[in-house]
Ligand binder design. Sequence first.
Ligand code: MG
Length: 401
Amino acid sequence: MANVITIEDVQTILTQPGRSRLVIVKVVTSEPGLYGLGCATFTQRIHAVAAAIDKHLKPFLIGRDVARVEEIWQMSMVHGYWRNGPVLNNAISGVDQALWDIKGKRAGMPLYDLLGGKSREAAHVYVHADGPDPSAVLERVRGYVAEGYRFVRIQMGGYGGATDRMERPRGAPDGAYFDPRVYQREMLEMMAFVRDGVGADVELLHDVHERLAPIDAVRFAKACEPLGLFFLEDVLAPEDIGWFQRIREQCATPLAMGELFNHPFEWREVIESRWIDFLRMHVSQMGGITPARKVADFAHLYGVRTAWHGPGDTSPVGHAANLHLDIWAPNFGVQEWYRPNEIEYAMFPGLPTVENGYLYPNEAPGLGIDIDERLAAEYPAADIVETWTQTRLPDGSPARP
Ligand code: MG
């Protein structure tokens, strides 16, 4: 009979080596020295995820066979009866990714080999260029191109917030104010300026961050068509996805969507209807590698490519998971990359590196990433109230960030 290795402990590590607060899960097994790591990072609600893991998932998982990744995922999803929310999906992802890591270590294979093997040697990445005006954005893009990057996301003033010259009603509260009309005009001018400056061969991307009313989103996507974007992201909010059909019927601007998705209903319709071109799910937010690889295969049938969410609030462990999916998936599109700092590289040995615009995996088994827990403890996650997510429209009312 095969040697059964069981889950002996499930540990939650909260740390903040950079701007974002991270949640890492460590699954310790009955085999001495064998453990796995997973990303459970929901940066705005780290303590809710930690409690879900420590108080609910851990007691349910102790003693289970680590080999049964699929069965554990399925049972974890229904065991709480209520399901598909961001807190619980992230908690499940932490365990799921750690179990895949363990499976790879036992097999002596990198995760991409377990998934089916390499479709490519490295993943194209895109990085973020931002600035206060179009010239500053263009300078940033040129700097990245000089470093070898071929895909750059261009923004101005973050997601178009902090418009402090706006008129506000008397008594309007503080916040990240945002004017949809000014945003549309300024972004179209900036994108045309940058395209003109860098020429046709640099892939440019833009993230609307679901800030427009649906009919404005239709008009904005049409106005972007001549710019030849690689993709336009989150031009609609998940609540408005039915409007994608209107955009699709009127222009060929490539569309990306999904970082806020956490329920299969949200990604199923946009894929089956061929309303979008790139899936942007935050892999921990959808529940980990187990659902992500199924969705990648499903999307492949419809000509939809993957572009997993990868800013700084995906942990280095989550980035490693993204990269293994990218290396394997035949329908990989591009990978968002956040340029980790030196502390993150020291805290997470094995964190992938970029060379000439390509992100390379290492050959280590499993996810190929580790954590220095002593160093993680030196950078505790701060307890703060987020301000950038306190977005407001010109009349002072709350808006999506
Ligand atoms: Mg985004």
